[in-house]
Design a protein around this ligand. Structure first.
Ligand SMILES: [Zn+2]
Length: 250
């Protein structure tokens, strides 16, 4: 039977994985949480060191320049805080996974890692933070939920004011609390479930999103949309029937 395999990679501490798998099983899907991705690989110390050195090369050093994986950076060179090139992280994770579990590729499964890493993709001359990266494995980034979808316009307007007058930005965050997803936001659990469905749909149909702004597979660009649409977890009739069809695949 077709199965969804979920892994974690230091996601937001407020994430409750059991609730995410319950959301998926309620749609008729078979979902299993396999724990921490790197622990699941149970790498030997030298393989772990190799993986870490690869990951350090996937870091974004300049938001306006695509990562050159084969370029080495001196350890002192500053880089964009915790932003990684999502496709390089995907290649690295997939390489180590297949080295250990090549046989799984022949099985009928979908693999997704819920990560706390901030993943970006390069386009229109700069990196953009992403909530999801489809592929093998797929990623759902809980940091991407915070940094990807835009906050209310007034937030950015006031932020510029705050920066100009040297005021503390935490006051601004306090004033807008609840209006955007925050790092340890307890709403992250309910929002993550629907986001697993986007790369899942992509895996089977090549499309990630639904045009219906009332459907949890809608491509939200604003925090308000995420908090209304993904948080509701509701699918339009067509997407629900498509997901239930996927669930019945063997
Ligand atoms: Zn839909």
């Amino acid at each position: 039977m077709f199965s969804i395999y979920l892994y974690s990679d230091s996601p937001s501490q407020s994430l409750v994985m059991q609730d995410v798998t319950d959301f998926l099983t309620d749609l008729g899907l078979s979902a299993e949480f396999r724990g921490d991705f790197l622990s699941y690989l149970s790498l030997a110390a030298e393989e772990m060191a190799e993986l870490e050195s690869f990951l350090s090369r996937a870091r974004v050093f300049n938001i306006e320049t695509p990562v050159d994986f084969f370029e080495t950076h001196p350890p002192s060179e500053p880089f964009e805080k915790e932003l990684y090139d999502g496709f390089w992280v995907q290649r690295i994770f997939s390489r180590f996974f297949l080295r250990k579990y090549l046989g799984e590729l022949a099985e009928n499964g979908f693999h997704a890692v819920i990560t706390g890493r901030l993943l970006g993709t390069y386009g229109s001359r700069r990196y953009h933070a992403r909530v999801i990266i489809s592929g093998f494995p797929s990623f759902i980034s809980t940091s991407g939920l915070v940094e990807g979808p835009a906050r209310p316009k007034e937030y950015y307007f006031l932020k510029a004011e705050f920066v100009r007058s040297g005021k503390n930005l935490s006051e601004l965050d306090e004033a807008f609390r609840g209006k955007f997803v925050d790092y340890e936001d307890e709403r992250i659990t309910k929002i993550t479930g629907p986001y697993v469905l986007q790369p899942l749909l992509h895996h089977f149909s090549g499309k990630e999103f639904c045009e219906n702004p009332g459907c949890a597979l809608f491509n939200s660009h604003w925090q308000k949309e995420v908090l209304d649409i993904q948080y509701s977890g509701l699918l339009c009739a067509e997407c629900e029937s498509e997901i239930r069809k996927i669930a019945k695949r063997r």
